[in-house]
Each structure stands twice: as C-alpha cells, then as structure tokens.
Design a protein around this ligand. Structure first.
Ligand SMILES: *[C@@H]1O[C@H](CO)[C@@H](O)[C@H](O)[C@H]1NC(C)=O
Ligand SMILES: *[C@@H]1O[C@H](CO)[C@@H](O)[C@H](O)[C@H]1NC(C)=O
Ligand SMILES: *[C@@H]1O[C@H](CO)[C@@H](O)[C@H](O)[C@H]1NC(C)=O
Ligand SMILES: *[C@@H]1O[C@H](CO)[C@@H](O)[C@H](O)[C@H]1NC(C)=O
Ligand SMILES: [Cu+2]
Length: 719
C-alpha cells in the first residue's frame, strides 16, 4: 500500500473521518478534474500497489478554481481541528483536497517522543591506544600516572587518521596509475578489514555500521539511543562535517592494516618498499564531476577480481587474484546480516543495480551516473558560488543524494542505513569531503552556522533543537578524548593535521598563506568544473528547485526532472536519456519508516540542458516558454509511481539568477542578482508554484511553514 503511501489510505481515512462527523471535505473542495489521475486512484484503491501505471506528462490541469477564496482553512493533523493558515491559499486549497491523514501516525514517531539522550555514565569501551587514556570526558587526563591508575578502565580508540606525515588523498584512477604500490597496499588493507571479525570496531563491518544499520553503539557505553537510525547526519548543517571524522576512521583502519601486512613481507628491502607504500595509504576519491573521467564509475570499482602482490607463507611477494574489496563487500556470515531488516538480512554481498537474482549490474550504475554528467558539473561548480556554508553544504548534499540513487539502483547504496557497506560509498564521500575542503579553501570566512537540528542514533533531538559548529559529532573522539565538533574542522588547514590533503588542497601548501591556498584552489575549481563559464561578463543561471518535506512519505522517494526528451518508461529507467537531475529523499532502508519532518530541497541547473537543446543564448521569453512545455517530472516512491497531485508538501519552481564572471582563473564568479522565480513557468501545473511563499516559506506535513534550514541565514556568521 505504499506508492505515495497515503494516496490510497487517505481516501479510506477520509471516509472514516466523515463518519466520525468531522468535516472531511472543506467547502472549497474541488474534485480532481484530471481523469488520468482519477483513474489511477481508482486502480490503486482496487488493486493496491502492483498496477503498473503509465501517465502521460501533464500538459494542463485546472485545479483550484476556488483559488481566490479567502481565507483558506486547512486541517492540522495533530490537533484534528481546522486552523486558519495565514496569507497564501493556492496550495492550501489543493492541500485541503488531500488531507494527509496517515500523518497522524507520524506525529507519534517524531523526535518529540524520542527519549532524550543522556550521555553514557559508564566509560566507553575499546582498547587503549599508545599514549592515550581516558576516565571520563570531563576529567580526562593524559599524565602517565593517571594512565596507570586508570588502566583497568575500558577505553576507546580515538579517530586520528594516519600517524605519519601529510599525504594527499588521490583520485582513484590517478592512484592506481601513479602509485601502484600504495594502491596494492590499499587493496590488501581493505580486504583485511573486510575479513576481520565483526566485533572489531575498526573492521569494515563496524565502521560501515556506524552510518546506519545495525543501529548499535560504536565505542560508546550504554545510553538512550534512537534505534531507528544510525549516527549519520543527513539534511542538516552537519552533513559535510560529520562525514569528515567518519572517513578518517576508515582511513586510520586502512593505514594500520596496510602496515600490518607490509610487515609480513620479506626480505627486508621488499618489506621497506611496502612499509613505505603503507605509509602513503590514504582513502582515494571518486570525482564524479571530473572533465576527463566524467561521471562513469571508476573502472576498478566494477571489476570483480583484482590482481595484487601479497606476502606468501615466508613473506616473499607473490602475485594473486583476489575478490576485489572495492567492487563489493561480502558479509562474513549470515549472522552478520541477521540483525538487518528484510530483505537486507538475506543479502550477503553489497550490490549495485542488482537484478532479480541479486547479481551486480554496476554497468547500469555507470550509465545512470553518466546520464547526469553535464548538469552535475554545473551543480558542483555552483556549489562553490554559495554565499553561506549551509547553502554550500545543502547543494553538495543534493548532488550527493542523487548519486546514491543512481549508483545504488535498489542496491545498498540507495539506502541510508546500508549504503556505507558498499565500498564505493567511501570513494563517493571522500569526494564530498574534498569538495568541502575546496570550499573551505576558497571561502575561508564561511562555515557551519546554526540551523534546526536533525536527530541521530546518539542524539535524538527534541523540537527546536539547533545544530551548530559545536554540536558533538558522535561517536568520534579526538586524541584528547573529547568528541569531534565541526569547529575542530575549521579552517581547512586542520585536514593537514589529520595527515591528509587533496591535490586541490595539497599538503605542500602547509607553509603557504590562506590567501595563496585560496588562489590555488580557485584555479583548480575553475579548471575542473568551470567549463560553462561565459567570460568575461554576466550570464544567467537557470535552475529548477525541487522541494518536499521528507516526512511526507515513509521509506524513500525521488523526484526526477527530464528535459529535451524523457526515458520511454521513467519508472523502469529513471536515469535514462533526458534525465536532468533529481531530488532524492534517501530511503532509510525500510519502506514504512518515516523521517523527521524537514524541508529538503535541491537546485538543479538547467543551463547545460538549455544549451544542449539550442536555448543557450535564447531570450527569457523563449526559455521560459520552452521550459514550461518541455520539462517533465516523475516521482517514484519506494519503487512505485507517485504524483504531485497526491503530495501535500512537494513543489517545484524555476528561477534564474545573474552571475558575473571576470574570466580570471583565480577568481570565482559571483551572483549579481537575487533569484527571480518565473512563476509563469510553473503556475497551474500540479506541484508547480504560483506564489513565492510556496517555495521560500514552504509548508511542512503538519501545516506549519518554515524557511528551509539551509536558507535561514538569520544567524549567519561571517568571520
Ligand atoms: C604509527 O602506526 C604504525 C602502523 O600501525 C605503527 O607501527 C607506529 O608505531 C605508529 N607510530 C606512532 C608514533 O604511533
Ligand atoms: C515569464 O515571465 C518572465 C519574467 O517576467 C518573462 O521574461 C517571460 O517572458 C515570461 N514567459 C512567458 C512564456 O510568458
Ligand atoms: C532561523 O533560525 C533561528 C534559529 O536558528 C530561528 O530562531 C529563526 O526563527 C529562524 N528563522 C526563520 C525565518 O525560520
Ligand atoms: C541571507 O543573507 C543574504 C546576505 O546577507 C541576504 O541577502 C539574504 O536576503 C538572506 N536570506 C535570508 C533567507 O535570510
Ligand atoms: Cu552519502
């Protein structure tokens, strides 16, 4: 009964509500005049969710003839009463025809009823790293006497990354080509941690499990945890920063595992060679916006087996073919996955685009990715033009979300709770971290600003909680035993202290000034992603913004935008030709799980699409006219069709914005106008906005409105 979920149940609920004597249908209720939709609803009611529905793109819809009626009332699900909602009435009128009744269930599962997190009273467990110990975070000390006296106290391993000097993390293709020894040690190390016991906190299993399932504490004692989700932060200001120590934990594990293996080599000269290589082991990244390798999956990640050089029984280097640790992760046993929900409790290997027999089809993932390439580059470039850190973070997250969907294709990567088990997750996130570092380098004055909080495994949040740069990034501890905070990751030079850099924020710049780094990194951004620059001069950026309260539908759903053409069957092939971009809600992992109520939005550049179809230089009239009749939208909720007409909070808008580009390679373009929303493109279409408030001050599932967190810069801090 899913597909948009409440589309069918709302009808039933409406019946039960009216039988209870409540006004089910407000006065201005208008029957849906869209016959296709009506037919579909009937079908769904009767045949439930297995009916394949093809829907012609909507060309016009005459909903809301009562649009001019004032005031408009809408029902607030929690209160089960009618409440006056101020000002705009367009979509509220629409909303009253589709009361999200099942959302009442949601209300009981939102953060307000979650247990309040109480910090662990007993010390975390783990093992004592050399030179570090802890008693409790408030009375920690590193003196040798206390180390002795607390030796009986269970301790933890802090997340510190590699322990030697700074080395750049490399693009995986470059690593493979230019440093085969390091690459060899990386593969051996990854294989090693994939086969170490599930109980090892630094095994692939446990580290991946921090992100989502199996929802167990990692190096933390007993506490009041939210067992419905993992530690990761998505849709929040902490998205980029939380993942930084997370990646560092894997890097640390790989680094030490590589050393352990290198130490087995003989004779001494060979051992030294591989120990040196192990010292350089850093997490590689997958740049899905690279002008040369484009958005294709790195070939090595699609290869089932790989040839490595490893020590034989007496330490001599021998060549061997092993199952490729960055192609898939194989769980150790069925008990490793028995703690997962269905169907993940029967999936012994990670897969991308699995077929019916759970065979990998990474080639489909690769073509799905490539389909969005040119727009992805612009979206990536535009992220660097952000004027606040939170906007940058949200833009990168939006690009990142759709990649999870395109790579996963229903496999592990598609689901928040399981994605981190697929090794490509780490290469993907390493690139997100790299973009974060590059933004920090090019916008050194900007960083995380307060925004409404998102609850996680160790931090269930009561309403009105704020996330900011001093929010603890559980479960990661620094060398001194304190929790990581975003503030520890600013300025960008802090990454060198974690012994890594990127080619664009290189270790070699440790002795340079921030201004020199800014210039260097800006050059890189322009060279790599500035392909569409119109220089020098002012150009116009066209975007479509998609928006939804992620709590509206349980499970996961994506809104796809197509332009120029569209896949023959977007439900079967959502990333086919014509795919411009998408908003991916990132399923938690089960189809019945709601997320915390929160507005998520993405901005998708239309510039490369307009250029491709000959509208690059067209005037605004031609462009808006073209976009209006050409762009189409498809929503898939938990694998099934879903429609704007059935959604209360989903909206889209088209806006343009002027950008000035000096053409200098060491300067980024900047916005010279505010976004201008072309409501004449969207008005009258289901989901399309008529009024600005619909997109700037959108409605959430409970009927209240909120400025999306990323855009609320009332607390903007410019340092
Ligand atoms: C750094 O890590 C390596 C490999 O695990 C280890 O052999 C070495 O002792 C460590 N060095 C320090 C200073 O902790
Ligand atoms: C839509 O509105 C914009 C801005 O007012 C205008 O430039 C454009 O010509 C309009 N497009 C159409 C198709 O009416
Ligand atoms: C912006 O966020 C602050 C707290 O971070 C909150 O007090 C304020 O109401 C928000 N403003 C809007 C317009 O949502
Ligand atoms: C955010 O800040 C910028 C610059 O200070 C300002 O122009 C813009 O109106 C602000 N936006 C919001 C939503 O507060
Ligand atoms: Cu991710």
């Amino acid at each position: 009964m899913v597909s948009c979920n409440w589309a069918t149940s709302a009808l039933l609920a409406l019946l039960s509500v009216s039988s209870a004597g409540v006004h089910a249908a407000p006065q201005n209720y208008q029957p849906n005049p869209d016959p296709v939709n009506e037919k579909r609803q009937k079908l769904q009611t009767l045949v439930s969710d297995l009916v394949p529905v093809t829907r012609v793109p909507v060309t016009f819809v005459t909903i809301n003839t009562a649009r001019t009626l004032e005031p408009t009332f809408t029902r607030v699900p929690t209160l089960n009463t009618f409440t006056r909602v101020p000002t705009l009435n367009t979509f509220l009128t629409l909303a009253t025809t589709r009361i999200p009744v099942t959302l009442q269930t949601l209300q009981t599962t939102t953060s307000s009823t979650l247990p309040v997190y109480t910090p662990p009273t007993t010390p975390p467990y783990g093992y004592t790293p050399p030179g570090t110990t802890t008693t409790s975070s408030s009375s920690r000390t590193t003196t040798s006497s206390s180390r002795t006296s607390s030796s009986a106290t269970p301790t933890y391993t802090p997340v510190t990354g590699a322990n030697n000097t700074c080395y750049n993390r490399l693009k995986i293709d470059v690593l493979q080509r230019t440093d085969p020894d390091q690459f060899n040690m990386l593969l051996l190390a990854w294989q090693k941690i994939q086969t170490s016991p599930d109980s090892d906190p630094f095994s692939h299993y446990q580290l991946s499990g921090i992100h989502g399932a199996p929802f167990i504490p990692w190096q933390m004692g007993p506490g009041s945890y939210d067992y419905s989700q993992g530690y990761c932060t998505h849709g929040s200001a902490l998205f980029t920063t939380w993942h930084r120590p997370y990646l560092l934990a894997l890097e640390q594990s790989l680094f030490h595992a590589a050393h352990a293996i290198a130490n087995q080599f003989a004779p001494a000269a060979v051992r030294t060679q591989y120990l040196n290589a192990a010292g350089r082991v850093r997490l590689p990244y997958w740049d899905w916006s690279d002008p040369v390798t484009q958005s294709y999956l790195p070939p090595i990640t699609m290869q089932q087996t790989v040839t490595v050089t490893r020590p034989d029984g007496s330490g001599n280097p021998v060549s061997a073919s092993i199952s490729n640790p960055i192609f898939a992760y194989n769980f150790l046993s069925s008990s490793s996955i028995s703690v997962f929900g269905a169907p993940w409790n029967s999936r012994l290997s990670t897969r991308r685009y699995p077929d019916g027999s759970w065979n990998d089809r990474s080639n489909l993932a690769s073509s799905a990715m490539q389909s969005g390439f040119s727009t992805r580059v612009t979206n990536t470039y535009n992220a660097f033009l952000s004027t606040t850190y939170n906007v940058f973070s949200n833009r990168v997250e939006g690009v990142h979300d759709s990649i999870h969907g395109a790579v996963g294709g229903g496999g592990h990567m598609s689901y928040v709770a399981y994605s981190a088990f697929d090794p490509i997750f780490w290469l993907h996130h390493c690139n997100v971290d790299r973009l974060m570092a590059m933004f920090q380098a090019t916008s050194p004055g900007l960083f995380v600003t307060p925004a409404s909080a998102v609850g996680t495994f160790a931090r269930p949040v009561p309403p009105n909680t704020i996330d900011d740069a001093s929010t603890d990034l559980f479960p990661f501890r620094r060398a001194d035993g304190s929790w990581y905070k975003s503030s520890h990751l600013n300025p960008v030079s802090t990454i060198w202290g974690m012994r890594y850099g990127y080619p664009e924020v290189p270790c070699s710049y440790q002795t340079r000034t921030p201004a020199e780094l800014d210039t260097f990194t800006t050059n890189q951004v322009n060279t790599l992603y500035g392909n569409g620059r119109t220089i020098p001069g002012t150009s116009r950026e066209w975007n479509v913004r998609l928006l939804i309260d992620q709590a509206e539908i349980p499970g996961g759903y994506d809104i796809y935008v197509y332009g120029g053409t569209r896949p023959q069957d977007p439900y079967a092939d959502p990333y086919g030709k014509g795919y411009v971009g998408s908003l991916s809600s990132m399923s938690m992992g089960s189809v019945d799980q709601y997320k915390q109520s929160r507005i998520r939005f993405v901005d998708i550049s239309l510039n490369s699409y307009l250029k491709e179809y000959g509208y690059g230089q067209a005037d605004p009239y031609k462009i808006t006219e073209y976009i209006r009749r050409d762009l189409t939208y498809t929503i898939i909720a938990n694998g099934k069709p879903c429609y704007f007409q059935d959604l209360y909070t989903a909206r889209y808008a088209v806006y343009s914005r002027d950008v000035y580009d000096s053409g200098k390679s060491d300067v980024l373009p900047y916005y010279t106008s505010d976004p201008y929303y072309h409501t004449n493109v969207t008005e009258g279409y289901p989901g399309g906005i008529k009024y600005l408030d619909e997109i700037l001050y959108p409605v959430k599932v409970d009927g209240t409105r909120e400025v999306p967190w990323a855009e609320n810069n009332s607390t903007r801090i410019q340092t």
